[in-house]
Each structure stands twice: as structure tokens, then as C-alpha cells.
Design a protein around this ligand. Structure first.
Ligand SMILES: [Zn+2]
Length: 319
């Protein structure tokens, strides 16, 4: 799954820390009730629907395989051959069925291997943020872990990807980690020394961990349903809204500035007139904008920024 910070960019700090929440350290962890109130209202219903579809797809596949295995019902004769050749991927017969069953049993192991390879890639090509390497950021991650009630402080890796501005949370079997891309990370250290924006980005990614989006079990629970385009992107957008809201309450800023950095880049975002951009947001509508948003894993920036500026409630998922 993709828990990337953004598929697109965003705008300014119009919500004060007084409006959104208190500043970090020493505060008790968020209660479950608080976290539930930050979650987008459509996230849970969409997730439940996706899990239901996922289970239905798995059960259907198992039934098809069993029927084909015994040459039973619609899977006998020519129909059985068709299932064997087109769906089960080979000539019909006991060998094919056993191969398919073996692949299904092996699937979680294959997926796990991919997940660990992905993790190895970042471990091998990054700097890990520690007490000595970027200690300010390490401290932020420790503080937010306590505030979010995480049992483990997630490991954070810093790497560059050819100028991309992004960050994402990912997972291995029972642990999560976060990858920050250098070009975005630099907002905290170069030119603007904008630690607040970096804190928002980290808080957003840690929220994916706290809300259990970035876990192996979550991803397995919607693995096949994730291939249903409009539905899976709607759930993804709801997750992004949820994490933006948690991050606002964690950091105490609107989170608009890091979005602006994604839109215009790390050098110019401080020069953007937020009010003017908000007017532009209101004009960004129409059929194709609707379709674009419908297919996007992240809310289109005008919607995302308007939700951030609102400071409470759920962002607009569709219109
Ligand atoms: Zn995200």
C-alpha cells in the first residue's frame, strides 16, 4: 500500500496552535476517543466494505479451485477445461490444480519476502535518524511516539530519490518504519529552517502507523479489494484526511505550508499568498477535476488544503 505523504502538493498556516491543539511534549497520549474523532467519517465504513469484498473474493477463488479440482458442477467438461486454461493458468488436470493451490499457499510468504526486500533496500541506502544524526528530528519522533501511544519508536530513514519531495510509512511483519526523502527533509535545515513543516510531515506518517494503516495485517485484509480502482482510492483518500487531522493536533499547525512546499518546491513555498491560493482552490472544480480526484489515492491539493484550513471534521472525499 501507498502511505506516501502526497501524490500531489498544498498551502499556509491559517490555523493557530491554539485552535488545533497544544504543543508537544509532556502531554498525555491521545485517547482512543480522540483518535476516533480525528478519523475521517468515511474511513471505517469503506474499510469494512473492502474487507468484506476481500473475503468474498478469496472465498470465491477457493470455491472455484475446489470445484475445478473435483471436475464438479460448472467446472466439468469444456467449462472445466476453460477454467483450467484461462483462470488456473494451464492445462486442466490434477497437476495444474496442485500448482495453483501451492501458489495460493505460498502467496503470503512471497509477499512477505517482497516487503523485507523493500525494507532492505532502504536500510542499505539511507541514513538512519538517531540521537546523533539529526537529533532534533529524533526527539520529535520520540515525543510523538509517546503522544500517539506507540509501543515502539519507529525507525526513520533518510534517503534521496532524484529530487522527489516525499515521505512515506511502510512496514515489515510486526514493525513499521518511515522513509523521508532528503529534498523534502531539507525544509527543516536549509533556507527556511522550517522545523514545523517537517514535524507535520513526520506526524502524518506516524499517524498512518498509529491508525494501523501501515501494517501487514491491514494490507492483507484488503489485498485483493485494493485492485478495485475507485473504491480503493476513496479509502486511501479517507486515510490521508485522517492522518492530516491527527498531525494537526499533534503538531499544532495547520499543515498547509508543507503542502505548499509539495506544490511549488522547498524554496518558494514561503512566498505563496495563501489567501490567493484559497481563492484558486474554490475555482478548481468541474467534471474532470472530479474524475481526477475520484481516481487519486490522495485528495487533490485544493480539497486537502481546504480540509486542513477547516481544522476539524472530515475532508471532502468526492465533491
Ligand atoms: Zn499519507
Amino acid at each position: 500500500m501507498d502511505n506516501r505523504f502526497s501524490a500531489q502538493p498544498a498551502s499556509g498556516n491559517m490555523i493557530s496552535s491554539d485552535t488545533v491543539g497544544l504543543k508537544d511534549a509532556g502531554l498525555p497520549p491521545f485517547s482512543d476517543k480522540e483518535l476516533a474523532s480525528f478519523r475521517h467519517k468515511a474511513e471505517k465504513p469503506l474499510y469494512v466494505l473492502m474487507v468484506f469484498i476481500n473475503v468474498a473474493l478469496i472465498v470465491t477463488a477457493i470455491i472455484c479451485i475446489i470445484l475445478a479440482f473435483y471436475d464438479f458442477g460448472p467446472f466439468t467438461g469444456e467449462a472445466g477445461d476453460w477454467v483450467g486454461e484461462r483462470i488456473l493458468g494451464g492445462k486442466p488436470g490434477a497437476d495444474t490444480h496442485i500448482e495453483v493451490l501451492a501458489i495460493l499457499i505460498m502467496l503470503p510468504i512471497i509477499l512477505m519476502a517482497v516487503v523485507y526486500l523493500y525494507y532492505a533496500q532502504y536500510r542499505a541506502n539511507s541514513i538512519r535518524i538517531t540521537e546523533k544524526n539529526f537529533p532534533e528530528i529524533y526527539q520529535v519522533v520520540e515525543d510523538y511516539s509517546k503522544r500517539l501511544g506507540l509501543t515502539r519508536v519507529p525507525k526513520i530513514y533518510l534517503t534521496q530519490e532524484n529530487g522527489l519531495l516525499n515521505a512515506f510509512s511502510a512496514f515489515i511483519l510486526r514493525r513499521q518504519y518511515i522513509v523521508l526523502l532528503t529534498d523534502l527533509f531539507e525544509v527543516a535545515y536549509l533556507e527556511h529552517h522550517d522545523l514545523e513543516s517537517m514535524k507535520f510531515i513526520i506526524a502524518h506518517e506516524m499517524s498512518h502507523i498509529r491508525l494501523r494503516h501501515a501494517t501487514f495485517s491491514y494490507q492483507m485484509s484488503i489485498l485483493f479489494a485494493n485492485y478495485i480502482p475507485i473504491l480503493s482510492s476513496a479509502l486511501s483518500r479517507a486515510r490521508e484526511y485522517s492522518c492530516d487531522r491527527v498531525a494537526q493536533h499533534l503538531v499544532g499547525v495547520s499543515g498547509v505550508e508543507p503542502m505548499l512546499a509539495l506544490i511549488v518546491g522547498k524554496h518558494l513555498y514561503k512566498k505563496v499568498d495563501v489567501e490567493d491560493y484559497v481563492n484558486h482552490c474554490r475555482e478548481t472544480r468541474g467534471f474532470f477535476v472530479f474524475i481526477l480526484n475520484l481516481l487519486s489515492t490522495h485528495p487533490i491539493m485544493p480539497k486537502r488544503i481546504q480540509a486542513l484550513l477547516k481544522g476539524s471534521g472530515s475532508g471532502r472525499l468526492l465533491f
